[in-house]
Design a protein around this ligand. Structure first.
Ligand code: GLP
Length: 245
């Protein structure tokens, strides 16, 4: 595991974008795993700038998103479909058929999750999976639990996650969906390389647990320490507790 500690969010975004760009340049038909949340927004903005400057080309890139809320229409402004279109897909040249995001409106959840996982398997391996970190240590929507989930599945969101994400919903927590579809921890661990982005003082305590605490499903991201190619980019605020004592 490599840990880069950078000065601030801007530097984190640039560093993350340069690693993603490097992946695309090295393998133009890369399969990328995209994440949502506020943390990767700056990275997407940097990638769009590089694309506009002609430095990278997404024509042959394929992608799988980590997760999606259940019950939100694709056009709902808090769906992850909407997020990805707004921040990336509408601004680059990825082919629509190469973009996969779980369908949170499915009426056959079992089939949706199984097919999503099979589609990933058919591509053999995601080359680079981007992750943010939830305040309770979740990755994707894999919440603290008594076991690590194996593959794409439907989860009930914890109260703390719904509270954390309520800031994005006009009507507050009552509007935050109670369930989501997420890649499993196993799905994430099967990716070739993982890029974990962590920003801000509110993530300092959990980042310390992830990197230095016990590896436990109660802190889902702690399992990343068992993957052999993980890059963590944290800004100084997020890394503040790592070097105490
Ligand atoms: C959501 C997403 C996660 C994301 C997390 C943190 O719960 N499902 O993928 O990592 O939020 O979001 P933020 O970056 O806004 O702190």
């Amino acid at each position: 595991m490599y840990l880069y500690v950078v000065d601030d969010y801007k530097e984190l975004s640039k560093k993350a974008a340069s690693l993603v760009a490097g992946q695309i340049l090295a393998k133009p038909d890369s399969i990328l795993g995209f994440a949502t949340g506020s943390t990767p927004e700056g990275m997407y903005a940097e990638l769009v700038k590089m694309y506009e400057a002609g430095e990278i080309n997404f024509k042959n890139v394929e992608s799988f998103n980590l997760d999606e809320y259940c019950g939100l229409d694709k056009n709902h402004n808090q769906s992850y479909h909407y997020f990805m279109n707004k921040h990336l897909f509408s601004k680059i040249n990825m082919l629509p058929n190469n973009i996969r995001i779980p369908n949170g409106l499915t009426d056959n959840m079992f089939d949706e999750c199984l097919t999503y996982e099979e589609n990933i398997d058919m591509c053999l391996q995601i080359d680079l999976q981007i992750l943010g970190l939830g305040h309770n240590g979740h990755i994707g929507f894999n919440e603290p639990s008594d076991h690590f989930s194996y593959q794409t599945h439907c989860v009930e969101l914890s109260q703390s996650t719904r509270e954390a994400n309520a800031r994005f919903f006009e009507g507050g927590i009552d509007e935050v969906p109670t369930h989501a579809i997420t890649m499993g921890i196993g799905t994430i661990l099967r990716t070739k390389r993982i890029l974990l982005l962590v920003s801000g003082s509110s993530k300092a305590k959990i980042l310390k647990k992830v990197l230095k605490g016990t590896v436990t499903p109660q802190v889902p991201a702690s399992i990343l320490r068992f993957h052999d190619d993980v890059i963590v980019i944290a800004d100084k605020e997020a890394a503040a507790e790592l070097y105490e004592n």
